[in-house]
Write a protein that binds this ligand. Sequence first.
Ligand code: HSE
Length: 404
Amino acid sequence: MVKVAILGYGNIGSGVVEVLRRNKEHVTKRAGKEIEVVCVLDKREFPGDFMENKVVHTIDKIINNPEIDIVVETMGGTTPAYEYVKASLEAGKHVVTSNKELVAKHGAELLELAKNKNINFLFEASVGGGIPIIRPLNQSVTSDEIYEITGILNGTTNYMLTKMEKEGTSFHTVLKEAQQKGYAEQNPEADVEGYDACRKIAILSSLAFGCQVDYNDIYTEGITNISDTDMEYAKKLGLTIKLFGTSKKVDNKVYAMVSPVMVGDEHPLKNVNDVMNGILVRGDVIGDLMFYGAGAGKLPTASAVVADIIDEVKHLDRNITIQWSKNKLKLGDFKNSKKQFFVRVAGNVDERKNEMEKLFGVEHLVTIGKEDEFGFITCLLSEGEFEEKAKHCDGMITRIRLTQ
Ligand code: HSE
């Protein structure tokens, strides 16, 4: 019998208990041992709940209980999650977490601590919800040099953008729906401003390149400026708008960003819709790999957490090597990365098209029947060049990057 404690009995924590109960027989067979959740740590009480009598309110009850082998952290945030996870590892307990903020910030340090103790720190659910991506990166695509990871890494914003595109729903209405469905973070800013996707691409990049990619170094832009009108232009161009987290090696430099992008039919992620996530991994030997599945939600995320628990039960006496050193990876200067841009400007298309052509080099003009504005796609420019040119462009309404 392996004893487990769960930190945080919210959406994911209760999902883990549910999956362990629902699939008990199957899980025991896979793990080779029975798994029992002996307590959950939470500030709240849960009268009438199956775990009612197993709620504890202080971490000491877990840290000081020698019978507990595995601690599952599903609290979110870094305070007090970091302190609790570190104390658990120091006490020789294996840890599983679904917490991307914790992993992005302290992953390298916690992995080192687990390695020194010959125990495990696993975090499959921290990226892509139920999609297996951490384990494949760590254990399967190991003969390749990975030169790009691009993902739709946030279910909430993908759900919102899909609804906005297909139903013309407004940003605020659709955000409320996403929150009601339990997809959005407590503070939706983390989703809509791209911070959540930023942590996730930082984790994937750190694993792919083996060094610490600091999320503060990643250029991050969310979807709050994306409007129904932008969607209309995208449609007219045969494109759609997605929030991408991307990390690409060009001439031995890694460039990373989170940003809304206009995506064409040829892109493997174009049809990843609703709350689903998709992750494209490009390796020099294997070529393109696609990972697709539910990126948010109670049970899909709990499925990944339970898979990590099973892995730890199978490796109770052995550390699973994960290459992620504390050495910081210096990212390439974002201003040097090159793209095409979709631009919307105020004014009459016939009166202003030459001016735009001179400034940006117009590859494609587009109108949606409005007299007072039009759109166009620029030629290939570096971020720095575009920024400079934009300063000289009167009446720019918005700009959206195109995928390269
Ligand atoms: N809010 C996150 C999302 C949850 O929407 O993807 C999963 O990390």
